[in-house]
Design a protein around this ligand. Structure first.
Ligand code: SF4
Ligand code: SF4
Length: 535
């Protein structure tokens, strides 16, 4: 084990992890988590997991790749890897991302500006393994050696690397140590994209080798295409749940709340991340209150995947991505709606609004809009009667990477929060410079082995620092505080990470969406829509 692994270490044949981080190695946290009494133990990977799965990277296991039984099996996997690598660099197999991938391979100036921007690298105390260019440099060497077939001169110029199963298996795990947040790419002076390199690796492993984290593939996109939602909810179940939410919301608000289903010709097809319906029912309930009160012609869809905006293919597999995106567009086409509006889910925004533009052509190219702009227009139009004093508690706003940095939806949600939250304070930095919650790219739903400890201790650490700094003047538990995160995946990460560090119990930091703040301020609604209870 070494603290400063080198690229060549990735091919090491022993099964010892290259690193094992301890809390002391990590970037220190601000108050109240600077208190040693609130330090969290970080268990090593279990002996059972180390015995069964490939886990020789960093003593953590995200993907649970079984160990090959024979050397022949190992060789076959390496051969598949090299054939997949070749495909990544051909137009017919990778027309979507070939150009930026080539740019990232051939033009990196090795200036390391990107390393300064990466929250994972910074949180790890600057560990080489998590430097954004560590993974990219490995792929670059493989590219020049096996795709460009460079000889001795090329190896001298670009560096050599031995390819074997230990390297490939470590690279599988390393592709899942990046949040795909693209903060590094934003700072790169030439536009090289280390996040894209991690994405392309995940794609290779999934599309060529059938290897992906089970939470985003088996119980993610596969389940969604089979039953309609990666939550496992069929259309009948989701309708039952929404009916229950309508009843609860009616009781809570004093209004009659009804959610319309399958309304042909509606102006808006609203698609929630279905996780909201199960984990945070107040969010779809609040959407219904606002859209009804604003007189919007809207509907939900009960078509396959039409009620779940999740598209995990965005993070690991272009083919799975396209299959789900087409289902979303078909649901809208069937109902002849004027546009699709995406609920509070960042990756769903980017998936259907931006990336799906390459797939949805002809009559599937239905207009798509963010709920952030729709909500801003409703709030600013004066159609709702709002009393900001009902939200008179400290509020900060998290910027989901997919929505903000990667789509430029920065201001609409801020306009709303500024208008209705008198104690709003920004995180530093924020907007397109904000940091990932640490749960991006699927991590928020990946909970195998000791991986959650890694995402709370490492990938979520910088965001945790931002949250604590934003509330540094009001950490006392007598003051309830609201972390507004208009994204289902980010909320999942915050729910788990705030609980892990005891920040609700000890410091009364609650998290929630944007629509809950709006309904909490509506004067037509019974006071107290936001219940200061942990869930
Ligand atoms: S900032 Fe860009 S050019 Fe500089 S090392 Fe990072 S990827 Fe390479
Ligand atoms: S995409 Fe984000 S997590 Fe990945 S290397 Fe870049 S800054 Fe780090």
């Amino acid at each position: 084990m070494t603290d400063r692994p080198k690229l060549q270490d990735m091919s090491r044949r022993d099964r010892e992890p290259l690193i094992h981080l301890e809390p002391d190695d990590l970037k220190p946290l601000p108050a109240p988590l600077d208190d040693p009494a609130r330090r969290h133990a970080w268990p090593p990977l279990s002996a059972q997991a180390r015995g069964r799965y490939e886990a020789a990277l960093d003593d953590t296991c995200a993907v649970s790749v079984p160990q090959p039984a024979t050397p022949e099996e190992e060789q076959a996997l390496v051969a598949k890897f090299l054939s997949g690598l070749d495909k990544l660099f051909t137009r017919e197999n990778n027309w979507t991302f070939l150009q930026p991938l080539l740019l990232s391979m051939e033009h990196c100036a090795k200036c390391q500006t990107c390393s300064e921007a990466c929250h994972i690298y910074e949180a790890s105390g600057g560990n080489e393994l998590y430097r954004p260019t560590f993974r990219s440099e490995l792929v670059r060497r493989l590219y020049f050696k096996f795709v460009k077939h460079g000889g001795v001169l090329s190896a001298w110029q670009h560096g050599d690397i031995e390819v074997n199963w230990p390297l490939v298996s470590r690279l599988i795990e390393l592709a899942y140590r990046c949040n795909l947040c693209r903060r590094c790419a934003q700072t790169c002076p030439i536009g090289a994209d280390n996040g894209l390199v991690a994405h392309e690796l995940r794609k290779l492993f999934s599309q060529e080798m059938g290897i992906a984290a089970k939470e985003i593939h088996d119980t993610g996109s596969m389940l969604q295409l089979k039953v309609g939602s990666s939550t496992g909810m069929s259309a009948e179940v989701v309708k039952d749940n929404i009916q229950f939410i309508d009843e609860e919301t009616s009781e809570k608000t004093g209004l009659t709340v009804e959610t319309p289903w399958d309304v042909e010709g509606a102006d808006v097809l609203l698609i929630h991340n279905a996780g909201e319906i199960l984990a945070w029912p107040e969010n779809p309930g609040a959407f219904a209150v606002i859209l009804n009160a604003a007189g919007i012609s809207w509907t939900l869809s009960s078509a396959l995947a039409g009620y779940d905006s999740i598209n995990y293919g965005l993070w690991y597999d272009d083919a799975q991505f396209a299959r789900v995106a087409i289902k979303h567009a078909e649901a809208a086409k069937k109902l002849k709606v004027k546009k699709i509006v995406l609920g509070e889910c960042g990756h769903a925004h980017k998936a259907l609004s931006v990336i799906a533009d390459r797939v949805l052509t002809g009559d599937l190219n239905i207009p798509r809009e963010s709920s952030m702009t729709l909500l801003r227009d409703i709030v600013m139009s004066g159609r709702l009667k709002l009393d900001p004093s009902r939200n008179d508690f400290p509020v900060t706003l998290h910027d989901p990477c997919n929505l903000v940095r990667l789509m430029g939806v920065v201001e609409p949600q801020r306009e709303v929060v500024r208008a209705i939250c008198p104690q709003f304070r920004e995180m530093a930095p924020h907007g397109v410079d904000n940091y990932c919650c640490g749960g991006g790219s699927g991590f928020a739903i990946m909970s195998g082995h000791n991986f959650p400890d890694w995402r709370f201790q490492v990938s979520g650490r910088k965001k945790l620092e931002q949250i604590l700094n934003a509330f540094s003047d009001c950490l006392d538990p007598s003051i309830p505080k609201y972390l507004c995160a208009p994204c289902s995946n980010c909320k999942g990460q915050f729910r788990d990470m705030l609980a892990y560090y005891g920040l609700w119990e000890e410091n009364r930091i609650l998290y929630g969406g944007l629509v809950e703040l709006i309904v909490n301020a509506m004067t037509d609604v019974k006071p107290g829509f936001i219940e200061w209870e942990w869930h």
